[in-house]
Design a protein around this ligand. Sequence first.
Ligand SMILES: N[C@@H](CCC(=O)N[C@@H](CS)C(=O)NCC(=O)O)C(=O)O
Length: 218
Amino acid sequence: MLKLYSTQSSGNSYKVRLLLARLGRPFHLVEVDIFAGEHRTPQFLALNPEGRVPLLEMEDGTVLGESNAILFYLAEGTELLPADRLERAEVLRWMFFEQNNHEPGIAQARFWLRQVRGGRELRTHDVDRWMEEGYGALRIMERHLEKRRFFVGETLTIADLALYPHTWLAPEGDFELATFPAIGAWLARVARETGGLDLYWQPPVSSRLVTGPVLEAG
Ligand SMILES: N[C@@H](CCC(=O)N[C@@H](CS)C(=O)NCC(=O)O)C(=O)O
């Protein structure tokens, strides 16, 4: 069975949980508590020297990091990754946008302002930049979605799944979404398409990363 090393509150991990659920692929979820340093244990660093989640482990033990690379790998051959060459490139375009333009402002703001104790005080000097970059990304998304239902083509793709988690979570980073009606409608559409699974959804087979061999549940 596929194994996903994931942190429950992580937007990047949520992308992959959503995709696996949408594809109906069973997977074993291994919870890595990054706030307790579990991503820095020798055991986890042996799997992923970058010490980051999400990390996908295949049945043969091969591992793949980077949330959007994992989405791309898992979606190959499904309706969530178009076969058309230009549409595939457009999917990649929005996934690069997510990493380069969206995540650095929106996800960083949520991480430091909401998730790290004392983070607001520690990173006061970054807040204006996060807001400028984050709202800049939201304006680009809003314009793109004004006449479209999804980011690429007429149906849900992994471009939507890459952008959905941190956009949905943006209010936790002090972003106000009320002035972006097209984004609001798109968020509702993606939520419907993914069965309304929230950030805290888990598959039936899950365990925690522990010191020593990873527990095999089930
Ligand atoms: N570009 C990477 C970012 C991964 C990332 O930053 N993951 C965070 C959780 S959302 C993490 O593991 N943070 C711990 C750390 O960087 O020390 C991806 O999309 O997978």
